[in-house]
Design a protein around this ligand. Structure first.
Ligand code: ADP
Ligand code: ASP
Ligand code: MG
Length: 411
């Protein structure tokens, strides 16, 4: 039997009626002749509530227990989805990650999938099970402890199952009807894309578009999974939603295909560090060890052997970053005159593979921002994107201005 993977996100399983609505979609695919692997998220808001309970209980929590707690939301929806399908006379059962088993690395809260053996599910499909409902976001480490895959991780669970079971497609059902030129919640002129190239989707996801977890796009690209994003609240057919596919499958595309943002960034500057070989390693080594996800880095022009070093990281990692550089200073590994944290910044990026062959994207971006009176604090570029840090209160305005400037509402 051909296999189809269907993933339902938090809002798609937010209550019993929505679970029933999702189960109807699953039943339809079973009737079309598929063996279906359904991946479910926790009910919307549940994971945030569980994370809150953990941090209220323990400030410097044990990450293994964090995973034990936050993975539980998915267990509930997996069981409820299996029951709902059984009520519709569809042979279904639920699977928690460890039961499959979905084997991961031991990096708690950010584990990577290592292997999904097929035997257990295949045996049940051979016995007549039509639907395996798998709890997303979770797995089991080599030492037997429960792990989670990072926020948004059910997308990655879905793509990994699609790859392991040679699924015909991996359908990601969510609360929007596809991938848009930017977040439709911020820009109502955002346009749905029928197709988007893996590389562009990868860049958009890693620059903040949370419609797909970055790792899920990486896996789909590597294993050539046909990945589709579509709405759980609309009637859907073979051509619904957005197909994430190879560049060659896309006939025409704009130079810039999308705008992404990260709301909660911070910019930190170490004032007057010694400008000598090894200084960057001495600063960013301890930050990496402390688990700080450093994004942009700029070293300013040096004067008299000293320089300012600026970097950005997520705002909730500022305390950890400060502790790490202060510890390195106390240990005599680095020396600086001051540490300034600007916790009021957001990152806005434009993405497009057309940038490889078209000049002028960066200057057009800067002009559009300056027309709105928005000051740029930091700039980074790569082959297919330009990102800027700006004051957070201008974030929505910047996204809208860039969407207009690059005429993204037009195909
Ligand atoms: P789920 O719970 O189904 O996993 P998410 O909330 O993780 O859903 O992702 C869907 C959300 O992603 C949308 O509601 C939308 O606000 C946001 N989003 C951000 N950027 C984009 C984009 N470019 N296209 C579509 N949705 C986007
Ligand atoms: N429930 C998890 C989260 O909120 C995983 C997911 O929904 O993809 O991050
Ligand atoms: Mg998600």
């Amino acid at each position: 039997m051909p296999v189809l993977v269907m993933k339902f996100g938090g809002t798609s399983v937010a209550d019993l009626d929505r679970i029933k609505n999702a189960a109807e979609k699953v039943r339809r695919e079973v009737e079309r002749g598929y063996d279906v692997i359904v991946i479910v998220s926790a009910m919307s808001g549940k994971t945030n509530e569980l994370v809150g309970w953990v941090t209220q209980t323990s400030h410097l929590y044990d990450a293994r227990e964090y995973d034990a707690v936050v993975s539980s939301g998915e267990n509930v929806t997996a069981g409820l989805m299996a029951l709902t399908l059984q009520e519709m006379d569809v042979p279904a059962r639920s699977w928690q990650g460890w039961q499959v088993p979905l084997k991961t690395s031991a990096v708690h809260a950010a584990a990577r999938i290592e292997e999904i053996p097929r035997d257990n599910l295949d045996a049940k499909f051979a016995e007549g099970m039509k639907v395996a409902v798998v709890a997303g976001f979770q797995g089991i480490a080599p030492d037997g402890r429960i792990t989670t895959l990072g926020r948004g991780g059910s997308d990655t669970t879905a793509v990994a199952f699609a790859a392991a079971f040679d699924a015909e497609r991996c359908d990601i059902y969510t609360d929007v009807d596809g991938v848009y030129t930017t977040d439709p919640r911020i820009e109502d002129k955002a346009r749905k894309l029928d197709k988007i190239a893996f590389e562009e989707m990868l860049e958009l996801a890693s620059l903040g578009a949370k419609v797909l977890q970055t790792r899920s796009v990486e896996l789909a690209m590597r294993y050539k999974v046909r990945l589709r994003v579509l709405s759980s609240f609309e009637e859907t057919g073979d051509n619904s939603g957005t197909l994430v596919c190879d560049e060659e499958e896309i006939m025409e595309s704009n130079v810039v295909s999308g705008v992404a943002y990260v709301r909660d960034e911070a910019k930190m500057t170490l004032i007057s560090v010694a400008d000598r070989p090894g200084i960057a390693a001495a600063i960013f080594g301890p930050l990496a060890e402390a688990g700080v996800n450093v994004d942009m880095i700029i070293q300013n022009i040096s004067e008299e052997g000293r320089t300012d070093m600026t970097f950005s990281c997520p705002v909730d990692q500022v305390a950890r970053a400060e502790a790490a550089v202060n510890a390195a200073k106390e240990a005599g590994e680095i020396n600086f005159h001051g540490l300034v944290a600007d916790t009021d910044v957001a990152k806005v990026s434009v993405v497009g593979i057309g940038m490889r062959s078209h000049a002028g994207v960066a200057s057009k971006m800067f002009k559009a921002l300056s027309n709105e009176g928005i000051n740029i604090k930091v700039i980074t570029t790569s082959e297919i994107k330009v990102s800027v840090l700006i004051e957070r209160k201008y974030m929505e305005l910047a996204v809208q201005a860039l969407h207009d400037a690059f005429e993204l509402e037009k195909a």
